[in-house]
Design a protein around this ligand. Structure first.
Ligand code: PSV
Ligand code: MN
Ligand code: MN
Length: 431
C-alpha cells in the first residue's frame, strides 16, 4: 500500500507517544479484566472497524449564506482521493470512499480505481444527485426529480441514477444511495399520494437496473429543501418503499435527518428487526441537518445506535451488515482533521457498544431492575476506550495521534502550495 505521508514520520511521531500509550493501555487492561473483559479481543475488534468517507466532505462546506474556502482544498476527485488516503493512512479506520455524481464524475474510472487501490481504498455506495440542476441539463429539477409531474424530467432523473450505477460498477461499488429533495413548499402544491406514486414508479426503473449483487439505499430526511411536505420524509415512508421495491432495496439512516429528540436508536432497531437497515450517514446535529462532526454534540446517542447494531449482530450473526459512511460538512475546521476525529468517534461508539455486558443487561431487563439496566449501558459508555483505539491504529500501521501526526507532516501547507486557490471558486457542490 502506498502512503502519502512519510511512514517514517508517523513512526517517529508514534515513538514519542509510545510509553504513555502503553501505560494507559495496561491500566485500562486491568480495569477491564476486573469486569471479565479481555482488552486484546477489544483491540482486534477495533481494528476491524471501518467507516467510509464522503468525497464531498474533503472540501470546505458552506451554508446558504456563505462559503469560506479553506487552504489547499481538493480541486477534483483525484485530489479528494488523496485526502481520503491520508485520513485512512493515519486512522486505519476509513478504507471506503463514497462518491457523489456528477460532482465526482470522471472520464477515467479505471485510473480512479487504480489510484484508490494503490492506497488500499475501495468505493462504497455511490450517491446520485437530482437535487441540483447541472449545466446543460435538459429538464430542470425545480419542481422535483423522481417525483416530478413531467414524465421527461422523471426519465432524466432515472437515467442519471442508472448512469451512477454504471459508473459505480466500473469503480467496484456495490450500492447506490438515493436522496431526493423532492416535495412541496405549500399545501396544495402537489398531491401527497401522487408524489409518492411517481417516486415508486421511478424507483422501480432504477431498481430494475441494479446488478444482482447491488443494493439501493433510500435516504429519508424530514425537511429541506421542501419545507411543507417532503416526499421521503421519514423512516416509515422509506421502509414502505423499500418493501415495495424488493430485497435489494434498504433504508439508509442519516443521523441528522430527524426532528430533534427523535429516538433514532429505536428506528435503527425497527429497521434491523425487519431486515431493511441498509446503512448510515453518520454526523451530529443540534437543530436539523447540521452535518456537524460525529460525536461532537450527542455522543451518547451515537453509542446507543451502536448498541442496537451490536444487539442485531448478536442476534443475526455474520449475515448482519450495514454500509457505514460519514456525511458531514466542515465549515470552520480543516476537513481532514474533522473526518479523522469523526471516524475515531464512530469507532469509539463501536468499541463501547462491544463493552456492554449483554447477559447482565438482559438479566436486569427480565428482573425489571430498571436502574441497573440503565447503569449497564452507562458503564460501557463511560469507559474511556481511547487507549484501545490508539493501540488498534498503531498496530494497523496508523498514528497514535492522527491529528498530531497530520499537523507534524505539514500536509495542508503542502496542499496549499500544490493546489492554489482559484479566483471565484465556488462550493464544490457541498450542500
Ligand atoms: C442530504 O441532506 C444529504 O444528507 C444526502 O446524503 C446528500 O447526498 C448529501 O447530504 C450531500 O449533500
Ligand atoms: Mn446524508
Ligand atoms: Mn443531509
Amino acid at each position: 500500500m502506498s502512503t502519502i505521508i512519510d511512514q517514517n514520520l508517523v513512526a517517529r511521531h508514534n515513538g514519542q507517544l509510545q510509553a504513555n500509550l502503553h501505560a494507559d493501555y495496561d491500566a485500562l487492561a486491568g480495569v477491564l479484566s476486573r469486569r471479565g473483559v479481555d482488552i486484546e479481543t477489544l483491540t482486534v475488534h477495533a481494528q476491524q472497524f471501518a467507516v467510509a468517507l464522503p468525497s464531498w466532505g474533503a472540501g470546505t462546506g458552506g451554508t446558504r449564506f456563505a462559503r469560506f474556502p479553506g487552504k489547499g482544498e481538493p480541486r477534483n476527485v483525484f485530489e479528494k482521493l488523496d485526502d481520503c488516503a491520508v485520513i485512512h493512512q493515519l486512522t486505519r479506520a476509513t478504507p471506503g470512499i463514497s462518491l457523489h455524481f456528477p460532482w465526482d464524475r470522471t472520464d477515467d474510472p479505471k485510473a480512479l480505481r487504480e489510484q484508490a487501490e494503490s492506497h488500499g481504498l475501495y468505493f462504497d455506495a455511490v450517491n446520485s444527485n437530482t437535487f441540483q440542476d447541472q449545466q446543460g441539463q435538459e429538464h430542470s429539477y425545480k419542481y422535483g426529480s423522481l417525483t416530478a409531474q413531467s414524465a421527461a424530467t422523471r426519465a432524466q432523473a432515472v437515467q442519471h441514477n442508472i448512469d451512477c450505477i454504471e459508473l459505480g460498477r466500473a469503480l467496484g461499488s456495490k450500492a447506490l444511495t438515493v436522496w431526493i429533495g423532492d416535495g412541496a413548499n405549500f399545501p396544495g402544491q402537489h398531491n401527497l399520494r401522487g408524489s409518492l406514486e411517481r417516486y415508486l414508479d421511478s424507483m422501480r426503473s432504477i431498481y430494475a437496473a441494479l446488478p444482482d449483487d447491488w443494493q439501493v439505499f433510500i435516504e429519508h430526511k424530514l425537511f429541506e429543501p421542501a419545507f411543507y411536505a417532503t416526499t421521503i420524509a421519514d423512516w416509515g415512508t422509506s421502509f414502505a418503499c423499500a418493501q415495495q421495491l424488493g430485497p435489494k432495496a434498504k433504508c439508509l439512516v442519516d443521523l441528522g435527518h430527524h426532528a430533534p429528540n427523535t429516538n433514532i436508536e429505536m428506528i435503527v432497531a425497527r429497521l434491523a428487526q425487519f431486515g431493511k437497515l441498509g446503512g448510515f450517514h453518520f454526523n451530529d446535529s443540534k437543530y436539523g441537518d447540521d452535518d456537524l462532526d460525529s460525536g461532537s454534540i450527542n455522543p451518547f446517542q451515537l453509542f446507543l445506535v451502536f448498541n442496537e447494531l451490536a444487539d442485531a449482530a448478536q442476534r443475526e450473526g455474520a449475515s448482519f451488515k450495514t454500509a457505514n459512511m460519514l456525511d458531514q460538512s466542515h465549515n470552520v475546521t480543516d476537513p481532514i482533521e474533522s473526518l479523522m476525529s469523526s471516524a475515531v468517534e464512530v469507532q469509539r461508539a463501536y468499541v463501547q457498544a462491544a463493552l456492554v455486558d449483554r447477559a447482565a443487561l438482559r438479566g436486569h431487563q427480565e428482573a425489571n431492575d430498571v436502574l441497573q439496566a440503565a447503569q449497564t449501558l452507562k458503564q460501557a459508555f463511560r469507559t474511556d476506550v481511547s487507549p484501545i483505539l490508539a493501540m488498534a491504529r498503531q498496530r494497523s500501521g496508523g498514528a497514535i495521534d492522527p491529528v498530531g501526526a497530520y499537523r507534524a507532516a505539514g500536509y495542508r501547507e503542502q496542499a496549499a502550495v500544490a493546489r492554489p486557490a482559484r479566483a471565484g471558486a465556488s462550493s464544490s457542490g457541498i450542500v
